[in-house]
Design a protein around this ligand. Structure first.
Ligand code: FE2
Ligand code: FE2
Length: 358
């Protein structure tokens, strides 16, 4: 397979090679005899955080991040089968922000499946988002893969419906990273029961891809890099041979393998969050398999933002992270070790040394 970095990719007049060098026979075996499956590609844009400043004004930097992702994704050739938007389209969930974000997204060529983020939800509890985009959780089948989209950013009713002075006070409480007035995210019982019924119809050989906003694993509670009922959701996915979970919210490259389940984070178009393990005062649960994002310039907020496309080849996702201001990243499933691995920086000697704090 020919490898292109982003600059080559842009120079190549929109022609890039997304195919795999793997023989079809291996693909067939990996999918199981009854479900030969097909290779395909899909794109993933997430965490745009479109922010309204009043009147016609929006935060320009967040607009530009999303516009650039859409423009670059439009150059992909061959075209991906469809896209996901991974949540946090808006910053404070208002009609103006959602409309403005959808206006930018309308330029993306191809179908987009939307995931609910907490910044989209906690102002009006997802009502405007739902009126524009449909149900908060749903599933569909595509080329032998069962896709599930979950709303993983719900929380306990006592918190959601407590006496907030205004809906915006509730939104602002959930919008903060360190979240002192926040509440842990939940998929919740109602949606878990729906998921159980949905998965009951699916053959256990069929690969499953689950898209959520928050990680369906417990990384760091202080920043809500966490879903409180993650184990209960993963338990429903355990009987399936090949499961991939893709999540936004953390604004950084992460990957992990829990049993049969590969987990991948996607980058934001707005800004990168630091890795929680740099927050040394509090115990972190960052999956040990993740190689921290190499950032050439930690003071430049565009460094370590971007978008991604995903090659679906042999029942596993190969993640291609496109970073406009840094080297592109790749995370692919390694059949020998049985887990996703960084294809570039797994070797510590090849990493860009992290910033020194004084
Ligand atoms: Fe976000
Ligand atoms: Fe989020």
């Amino acid at each position: 397979m020919m490898r292109l970095n982003r600059r080559d990719f842009l120079k190549s007049t929109g022609v890039t090679i997304l195919g795999s060098a793997l023989p079809f026979g291996l693909v067939k075996v990996a999918f199981g005899a009854n479900n030969p499956g097909q290779k395909f590609t899909f794109g993933y844009i997430s965490d745009a955080h479109i922010q309204h400043l009043g009147g016609p004004k929006f935060v320009r930097n967040w607009d530009r991040g999303l516009i650039r992702a859409v423009q670059e994704a439009n150059l992909l050739s061959p075209r991906p089968d469809f896209f996901f938007f991974g949540g946090d389209l808006a910053q404070l969930g208002t009609k103006e922000e959602i409309d403005h974000g959808l206006e930018i997204m309308s330029k993306l060529q191809g179908k987009v499946n939307y995931v609910m983020g907490e910044h989209d939800y906690y102002f009006d509890l997802g009502k405007y988002w739902e009126s524009k985009l449909g149900p908060h959780y749903y599933s569909f089948d595509h080329k032998g893969v069962h896709f599930v989209v979950l709303n993983s950013i719900l929380t306990h009713d006592e918190w959601t419906f407590k006496k907030w002075p205004t809906p915006m006070d509730r939104m602002l409480a959930m919008a903060r990273l360190d979240n002192p007035e926040g509440s842990p995210f939940l998929v919740g019982k109602k949606q878990r029961e729906w998921l159980k019924r949905d998965l009951a119809k699916v053959n256990k050989d069929v690969p499953v891809i689950v898209c959520s906003h928050s990680p369906l694993q417990k990384i760091y509670k202080g920043w809500n890099f966490w879903t409180d009922d993650a184990e209960q959701v993963l338990a429903l996915l355990k009987p399936f041979k090949k499961v991939t979970v893709i999540y936004g919210h953390v604004h950084q490259v992460q990957y992990n393998q829990i049993g049969n389940i590969s987990l991948h984070a996607v980058m934001a178009t707005a800004w990168p969050w630091p890795y929680p393990k740099t927050y040394s005062q509090v115990k972190s649960y960052l999956p040990v398999l993740t190689v921290p994002m190499n950032r050439a310039d930690p003071f430049f907020e565009r460094d370590a933002t971007g978008w991604q496309f995903i090659d679906w080849k042999t029942g596993h996702a190969d993640m291609h992270y496109q970073l406009p201001n840094n080297k592109d990243r790749g995370v692919a499933y390694n059949r020998k070790t049985g887990r996703p691995e960084d294809t570039r920086y797994q070797d510590p000697k090849k990493r860009i040394p992290s910033q020194k704090h004084f």
